[in-house]
Design a protein around this ligand. Structure first.
Ligand code: ZN
Ligand code: ZN
Length: 367
């Protein structure tokens, strides 16, 4: 099992970001990211102009962030070489898909794309020039995952007149934890089907008049690349010398993101190298994102284990509820019946690592 660290949801100069894709990828390589996912608004230009490749050790993968005509229902799509619908100018240099969200989610799903709902419960109301872009289309069931942590949204949501300077100077310190509502929704959705979680930066590196006051480069890419990452588990080792295998590596990463073979880490509170969460049953190991069946009579033979590279508050969450909590570098828990198990690691009151679920099911002897 190999772990690769990535930053998802990045805007380049093909939409409202400030650098070109290759410049962003070179920064990611300097910072030590294994992959980045570019998601410019309503375009795949970076793909069409050939930016998808290795930059040093970093794979640059191109997806897109789609929105509707009301600029709501932002949806990250990966693994596509074309977009669905058509785009209309909705003012302010922005575009929207003429298809409603339910329809673009459906059509992307049909063409084999992997899709994540972006910042579903964004609530920012303090500054009219920075409105919120929530998800309103929960009747759609065809998305693969949900962004439970978005650096940009969290930073903006907590912004007030009195803290804005402090927040500008310390963009990483002000980010605390995934969005509570998004986590709750994610857990609920997983009671019915597998929905994976990602954490993202939503990086733009805006050089603009941010707060009606002065011009500043808020969130340089380099700073943001040290914050929220989604680390994927792969069965294969990535060899950055093999540009010829780029497409295969890209597909493996997208597949892991789709299946939730991943965990989210805020790197600002420490590198997650060495983090493990898995279940053991009958001499087999089951990793994050995997499902397995347990015979009812065998339930005493299942254990869950977690190892963290430094001491943290480790919480075991089953079906959305915390069932154990320990402050340590490791934890071993007995099985507590079928369900979805995930872990959260906290450093004080700051979230550090959030894993996706291991799903344990009871084998029905009648089948
Ligand atoms: Zn967005
Ligand atoms: Zn975005």
């Amino acid at each position: 099992m190999f772990v690769y660290s990535g930053a998802i949801h990045i805007h380049s100069s093909y939409s409202d970001g400030s650098l070109k894709p290759n410049e962003i990828a070179n920064i990611a390589n300097e910072v030590g990211l294994d992959y980045i996912v570019l998601t410019d608004h309503n375009t795949l230009n970076a793909l069409q102009f050939g930016y998808e490749k290795f930059y040093g050790k970093t794979l640059l993968i191109v997806g897109s962030e789609i929105n509707d005509l009301e600029n709501k229902n932002h949806y990250l799509v990966l693994g596509v070489d074309r977009l669905v619908g058509s785009f209309k100018d909705i003012g302010n240099n922005e575009f929207g898909n003429e298809l409603p969200a339910i329809e673009y989610v459906k059509q992307f799903h049909k063409m084999g794309a992997v899709g994540f709902i972006a910042h579903p419960f964004e609530k920012r109301t303090q500054f009219p020039q920075h409105p919120q872009f929530p998800w309103t289309c929960w009747e759609s069931k065809l998305f693969d995952g949900i962004e439970i942590w978005n650096h940009m949204s969290e930073w903006m949501e907590g912004l007030t007149e009195s803290n804005k300077f402090n927040r500008l100077i310390h963009p990483l310190k002000s980010v605390v934890a995934p969005d509570i509502e998004a986590v709750k929704k994610w857990d609920e959705l997983n009671l019915h089907r597998k929905v994976s979680a990602i954490g993202s930066v939503d990086a733009h590196s805006h050089k603009q008049n941010v707060l009606g006051f002065f011009t500043l480069d808020i969130f340089p890419y380099k700073v943001l690349f040290k914050s929220i990452r989604t680390n994927v588990l792969l069965d294969e080792k990535i060899d950055p010398e093999r540009q010829d295998l780029f497409e295969k590596y890209k597909q493996l990463i997208i597949k892991s993101l789709k299946e939730g073979r991943s965990f989210i880490v805020n790197n600002y509170y420490g590198d997650a190298k060495g983090f493990r969460f898995f279940a053991e049953y009958k001499d087999e190991y089951y990793n994050i994102g995997e499902d397995f069946f347990v015979e009812n009579s065998d339930k005493d033979n299942v254990v869950l284990k977690c190892f963290v590279p430094k001491e943290a508050k480790i919480r075991l969450i089953k079906n959305g509820n915390c069932i154990y909590e320990i402050t340590s570098t490791s934890a071993i828990w007995n099985y507590d019946g079928p369900g979805n198990y995930r872990v959260e690691c906290w450093i004080g009151d700051k979230a550090w690592i959030f894993s996706n679920n291991i799903r344990i099911l009871i084998k029905n002897n009648h089948n």
